[in-house]
Design a binder for this molecule. Structure first.
Ligand code: AMP
Length: 429
């Protein structure tokens, strides 16, 4: 019987080099921004008690309704693969009670059982940040700025920051009642999905991209026009702050976002280059009630998550942040066998030069010079370091620049690292 050939499960994918280099480069950029703003890395489990997500996120959300990867472990515990970060971060906050404001950043995979398509996976990756412990609008501004600075460092230009406020426990219920009254009268004009489900989360109707919902809600009341004094003041201060710091945004009174624990400030980064149903590279907002809802002390908080897969799709569409083609600076060609080439390679690596070496044939003998130079060229290295019998005997190394056509040179072994560095410098200019 033929062996089964395995493939990555539907909705998941392998990220191989050199594409994976963009991922590390992206994470480095984000880590830099986060660390500059005083955020520390938090690592939480990939799975949690199912009840963390099904209770915390709210009964009406899509995730809880149909997208969760739930399972029972061998001990009979009901668990779920993490569908999002915020609930896990809040759980960790409640469990450990760190000093506030507690500012953390993260990245990693999340899991949702969705219909796979371009930009939508069952295992997808997010990066983001959460800050718990202050209701100061300065924190809202800092959070939007943190997300926006990453967009800027990626040189994405066709991204818009959409901004809205969802009110709070004081003014949202009254607004919600008004919206429900309005939608009840227009129920039959909604898209089929929302006709069936709008009562579960009436606010989502405003955010629906489908034409019937758009038309039906044209004159619907908006939260922005129904804020209590405190929320109106918060909203004004957030906008003032963003204007002062120089973060461009567009007020979008229909922005609701999928998870229904958001209060006050909510924002989304929309990429023009992506297809409209999937054009959000990420978003976030305040969730002042969530910590309490999950059993902790009343704690205001705000955060955001951006989808790494989609950020990179937006970069592709805009032709920015390309994969770096070369992963190597030097390739050591071994013509003698033994350990000389390994010693040279190690010396280069210790000096911070990215180096690899040729490996021997199956018969245990070194490959030909020609074959190894071909491998060196394919590796993208800027220089080949040739270790042959003459070099070993004479205590030298031969350096062959692989780009730009310069002549090869012979240098004393002690000068090799410096000479390689000089050549790399030349080729990188
Ligand atoms: P959400 O947690 O639903 O607000 O999603 C935040 C961001 O995560 C989205 O804007 C996407 O960039 C990304 N995202 C969410 N779900 C998926 C998915 N199934 N596949 C790829 N990216 C996703």
């Amino acid at each position: 019987m033929a062996a089964t050939t395995h493939r990555a499960p539907s909705g998941t994918r392998d990220i191989l080099p050199p594409e994976s280099q963009r991922w590390t480069a992206l994470l480095e950029l984000f880590e830099r921004e986060a660390v500059l703003a005083g955020y520390g890395l938090v690592l939480t489990p990939l799975f949690e008690d199912l009840s963390l997500f099904s209770r915390g996120v709210g009964e009406s959300t899509d995730i809880v309704a149909k997208e969760m990867y739930e399972f029972e472990d061998k001990g009979g515990r009901a668990l779920a693969l993490r569908p999002e970060f915020t609930a896990s971060v809040v759980r960790a906050f409640i469990q450990h009670r760190p000093a506030t404001p507690w500012k953390v950043w993260y990245w990693g995979p999340n899991f949702r059982y969705e219909r796979p398509q371009a930009g939508r996976y069952r295992q997808f990756f997010q990066l983001g940040a959460e800050a718990l412990g202050t209701a100061d609008p300065a924190l809202d501004v800092e959070m939007v700025a943190l997300a926006w600075r990453l967009i800027e460092s990626l040189r994405l230009t066709r991204v818009t920051c959409l901004l809205n406020t969802l009110g709070d426990a004081n003014c949202r219920p009254q607004y919600r009642a008004k919206l429900i009254a309005y939608v009840s009268e227009h129920e039959h004009e909604l898209c089929p999905e929302h006709q069936a489900r709008w009562r579960q989360n009436p606010l989502r109707v405003l955010d629906c991209k489908k034409e019937p919902c758009r038309r039906a809600t044209q004159d619907a009341p908006l939260q922005l026009d129904h804020l209590c004094d405190e929320c109106a003041d918060h909203w004004k201060r957030v906008r003032d702050g963003l204007d002062t710091v120089g973060i461009p945004y567009q007020v979008e009174p229909r922005l609701v976002r999928g998870l229904d624990y958001y209060t006050r400030t909510t924002f989304e980064l929309a990429a023009e280059a992506l297809e409209s149903a999937q054009n959000a590279v990420g978003g976030g907002g305040r969730y002042d009630g969530l910590v309490e809802e999950l059993g902790g002390p009343a704690t205001p908080a705000i955060g955001f998550s951006l989808g790494i897969d989609r950020l990179l799709l937006a970069c592709d569409a805009d032709g920015v942040f390309a994969a770096c083609s070369s992963v190597l600076d030097a390739f050591v060609v071994d013509l003698v066998g033994g350990w000389q080439a390994s010693a040279v390679t190690d010396e280069l690596r210790r000096a911070g030069v990215r180096a690899d070496r040729g490996f021997e044939c199956e018969d245990g003998r070194p490959r030909s010079l020609k074959a190894q130079l071909r491998a060196a060229d394919r590796s993208g290295a800027a220089v080949a370091v040739i270790v042959g019998a003459d070099e070993v005997a004479g205590g030298t190394a031969t350096l062959k620049p692989l780009r730009g056509g310069a002549e090869q040179v012979s240098v004393r072994r002690e000068e090799m690292v410096g000479a390689v560095r000089a050549l790399i410098g030349d080729s990188r200019l």
